[in-house]
Design a protein around this ligand. Structure first.
Ligand code: ADP
Ligand code: MG
Ligand code: MG
Length: 250
C-alpha cells in the first residue's frame, strides 16, 4: 500500500529526513516512535505534501502511484488521511457542510454520485455513533474554538467519514487528555479492517496500550534505526530513548 524508499527531505538546507525506508501493507498498524525532534512530524508533513519541506532524494509509492508527484488534495482523494489534514479554523462554515463537501469530492474522484442531503445525514449519524463524537461538535464551525482534545476527536470523525485506505495520525507533542486518547484509540480500532492501514506517530507509549501495533519503528535523527513488534514500545517505555541515542550517535 505504502512504500517509502530512501526518503530524504530538508528545510532551509537542513536535512531532517536522512533516508527513511518503510513498507505498510493493507490491514497493518504501524507505530512510529522516537525522541522529540527526530523528524516524525516532518515525515507526515512530507507525505501530506507540505511544500515547506524539499524532498531531496528517495521515492514514495501509494497504491502503486508516485505519491510525491500527486497534489496534496489528490493524495487525500487516493485515500491517504493525515491527522492534521484540516487543522485550520474556518469560522462560519459548519462541520456538517465542510464534511459534506469533502465526502462528495472524494466520491466524485471515485466516479460516484454525490450523497443527497438525507444520505449524508444518515452517514454522519452512523459515523458519529461509531466513533462516539458528541453531536454538538459537528454543529459548530470547523475547529473554531475547539480545544486540543476536541480537534483530535474531530479528526477521528473526519477520518471515519472519509474512510481512508491509510490514516497517519500524529499525536501532537502536547499530548492528549485521557478522554481524547480514548476517542482516538477507539476510532482507530473501530475503523480497522483488513483493507485499511494506520500509522500512529507518538512520542509516548501510552496510546499504544489502546492501539496495539503490528510493528513499532524508532525514528532517530531522520532515520528508522530500529523496527520490531509491539514489545519494542514497552521496552522504550521502560528504558527511555537514551540507549537508542547511545547506540546510534553519529
Ligand atoms: P518530531 O515530530 O520527531 O518531534 P519534527 O519533525 O517536528 O520532529 O522536527 C525534526 C527537526 O526538524 C527538528 O530539529 C526541528 O527543529 C526541525 N524542523 C521542523 N520543522 C521545521 C521548520 N518549519 N523550520 C525549521 N526547522 C524545522
Ligand atoms: Mg516534536
Ligand atoms: Mg512531532
Amino acid at each position: 500500500m505504502l512504500v517509502i524508499k530512501d526518503l530524504h527531505a530538508k528545510i532551509d538546507d537542513k536535512e531532517i529526513l536522512r533516508g527513511i525506508n518503510l513498507e505498510v501493507k493493507p490491514g497493518e498498524v504501524h507505530a512510529i516512535m522516537g525522541p522529540n525532534g527526530s523528524g516524525k512530524s516532518t515525515l507526515s508533513s512530507v507525505l501530506a505534501g507540505n511544500e515547506k519541506f524539499e524532498v531531496s532524494d528517495g521515492h514514495v509509492t501509494f497504491n502503486d502511484k508516485d505519491l510525491l508527484a500527486l497534489a496534496p488534495e489528490d493524495r487525500a482523494r487516493e485515500g491517504l488521511f493525515l491527522s492534521f489534514q484540516y487543522p485550520v479554523e474556518i469560522p462560519g462554515v459548519s462541520m456538517v457542510n465542510f464534511m459534506r463537501t469533502a465526502v462528495n469530492e472524494h466520491r466524485k474522484y471515485r466516479d460516484e454520485e454525490p450523497h443527497t442531503a438525507s444520505e449524508f445525514l444518515k452517514l454522519m449519524r452512523e459515523k458519529k455513533k461509531l466513533v462516539e463524537i458528541d453531536s454538538n461538535l459537528t454543529n459548530r464551525s470547523v475547529n473554531e474554538g475547539f480545544s486540543g482534545g476536541e480537534k483530535k476527536k474531530n479528526e477521528i470523525f473526519q477520518m471515519a467519514m472519509l474512510e481512508p485506505k491509510l490514516a497517519i495520525l500524529d499525536e501532537t507533542d502536547s499530548g492528549l487528555d485521557i478522554d481524547a486518547l480514548r476517542v482516538v484509540a477507539n476510532g482507530v480500532n473501530k475503523l480497522k479492517s483488513e483493507n485499511t492501514s494506520t500509522i500512529v506517530i507518538t512520542h509516548y507509549q501510552r496510546l499504544l496500550d489502546h492501539i496495539v501495533p503490528d510493528f513499532v519503528h524508532v525514528l532517530y535523527k531522520g532515520r528508522i534505526v530500529k523496527s520490531a513488534g509491539k514489545e519494542l514500545a514497552l521496552e522504550l517505555e521502560e528504558k527511555g530513548y537514551d540507549w537508542i541515542k547511545k547506540e546510534f550517535e553519529d
